[in-house]
Design a protein around this ligand. Structure first.
Ligand code: CA
Ligand code: CA
Length: 207
């Protein structure tokens, strides 16, 4: 990319970003470029693929679970093209690193709403919980324990009693008990890895 185009890109991203200043956006674009260079498959539009995304989030934030990383990828990849563009990258990191509670609630809800129909269903809770819990092999009927948890979650969060969680249900529950934000599986980086990531990426401020 030419210098002028990079400048235009950084200006436009800085304007649209609620969380990063100009020099931070520059650092994120720089990191984006190194990730694109790493990607084995090259798309028509510039971006990097799922594999690079997974490796990056794994090493930066310690997110190791494959299923969860796929969900995080899908919420970043808003245009659903199978690769992450620079806009998606900066916006997604904005939520992960510095998102407001509102943004984080939307993000987590989208992670758990596997089919994207606007509700977290019993089946979706079951799948996410089953995946995120370490089932002891000694458990005779591990699925039963997960089913019980789904019912407990519904009892606590399904305010309108329709057997599924709308965003309104989810929001109300999280505002009452913030731990419910990641009720169906960890999908946000912890504060330690956020600080480490920011120190590493934003350390050198390009001119
Ligand atoms: Ca759903
Ligand atoms: Ca409901």
């Amino acid at each position: 990319m030419s210098r002028k185009r990079v400048k235009l890109l950084v200006d436009s991203l800085t304007r649209s970003s609620k969380h990063f200043n100009k020099s931070e956006v520059e650092c994120l674009v720089k990191l984006f470029d190194t990730l694109v260079a790493k990607a084995s498959s090259h798309f028509a539009g510039a971006g990097f693929d799922r594999t690079v995304f997974r490796d990056t989030l794994h090493s930066a934030f310690g997110l190791t679970d494959e299923v969860m990383l796929d969900r995080v990828f899908s919420t970043f990849d808003r245009s659903n093209t199978g690769n992450i563009t620079v806009v998606e990258w900066v916006e997604g990191l904005g939520v992960l690193l510095r998102g407001t509670l509102e943004e984080k609630m939307k993000y987590c809800f989208a992670i758990y709403d596997l089919n994207g129909d606007g509700y977290i269903s019993r089946e979706e809770m079951f799948q996410m919980l089953k995946n995120s819990l370490l089932i002891q092999p000694a458990d005779e009927e591990p699925d039963e324990g997960v089913k019980d948890l789904v019912e407990i979650a519904l009892k606590k969060m399904d305010y309108d009693h329709d057997g599924k969680l709308s965003f309104t249900d989810f929001e109300k529950a999280v505002r009452e008990e913030s731990l419910l934000l990641e009720a169906f599986g960890p999908c946000l980086p912890d504060i330690k890895s956020i600080i480490a990531f920011e120190q590493k990426v934003f350390r050198e401020t390009p001119k």
